[in-house]
Write a protein that binds this ligand. Structure first.
Ligand SMILES: C[S@@+](CC[C@H](N)C(=O)[O-])C[C@H]1O[C@@H](n2cnc3c(N)ncnc32)[C@H](O)[C@@H]1O
Length: 217
């Protein structure tokens, strides 16, 4: 049943995944459901809602991410990853991307490490830290720094700016077009694209705000 919902959602999103990747996504959802009771990873508890609000919602960002990065083998940091959204979904669907999921809550970072081992994802790791205090060896050199349901655009970009490699971009997953948050950004951050997303089975507004450091600052 959930496999059918996932496959029809993937089709609607135009994503072609292998049977192994589809199984890994379902295995991840099962891990999230199982450990949510212990680790309190997400407020969403209903399995059907987890499929649409978490899995398909995160999968909606994969096409835009691949278009932005040209399918290249890059390093991505998911800030405030919680139970691994979208970081784990990116690691499963894009094996060429090295994904680090940072969270200030130790048990959430531990869950990511556990998911990496259980799902055998060598391109996924959990980091226990506040993003603004990532040490140089963990904090620098990412091509894409993303977040979902994390913080205002000002806080997200300010706290994670030292994680950007030269030429890197921020990918902020948001609900409604965040016009007020965009207006509040400092001059040293530029929005270069706001991309509307359609999430299969979810009747809600979603978008990605793409940002980069302003060239002249
Ligand atoms: C609302 S949750 C979103 C989790 C996940 N991205 C999602 O979409 O379900 C925000 C997460 O950010 C983490 N967080 C808050 N401040 C942080 C910081 N300064 N550095 C790293 N993580 C932080 C919290 O512990 C929490 O897990």
């Amino acid at each position: 049943m959930s496999r059918d919902v996932l496959i029809s959602g993937l089709r609607a999103l135009g994503l072609q995944l292998s049977d192994v990747q589809v199984s890994l996504l379902l295995d991840y959802l099962a891990l999230l459901q199982k450990w949510n009771k212990v680790y309190n990873l997400t407020a969403v508890r209903d399995p059907a809602e987890m499929m649409t609000h978490h899995l398909l919602d995160s999968l909606a960002a994969i096409g835009p991410l691949l278009r932005q990065t040209g399918g290249q083998p890059i390093k991505l940091l998911d800030v405030g990853s919680g139970g691994g959204l979208p970081g784990v979904v990116i690691a499963i669907t894009c094996p060429q991307i090295q994904v680090s999921c940072v969270d200030t809550v130790g048990k959430k970072a531990a869950f990511i490490q556990q998911a990496s081992a259980a799902l055998k994802l060598p391109n996924l790791r959990g980091v226990h830290a506040r993003v603004e205090s990532l040490k140089a060896e963990e904090g620098g050199g990412f091509d894409v720094v993303c977040s979902r349901a994390f913080a205002s655009l000002v806080d997200f970009t300010t706290w994670s700016s030292s994680a950007l490699k030269p030429g890197a971009v921020w990918m902020a997953m948001k609900g409604k077009h965040p016009a007020d948050e965009i207006a509040a950004l400092p001059a040293l951050v530029s929005v270069f694209h706001v991309e509307q997303l359609v999430v299969p089975g979810l009747d809600a507004e979603r978008c990605i705000v793409w940002l980069r450091p302003s060239p002249s600052v």
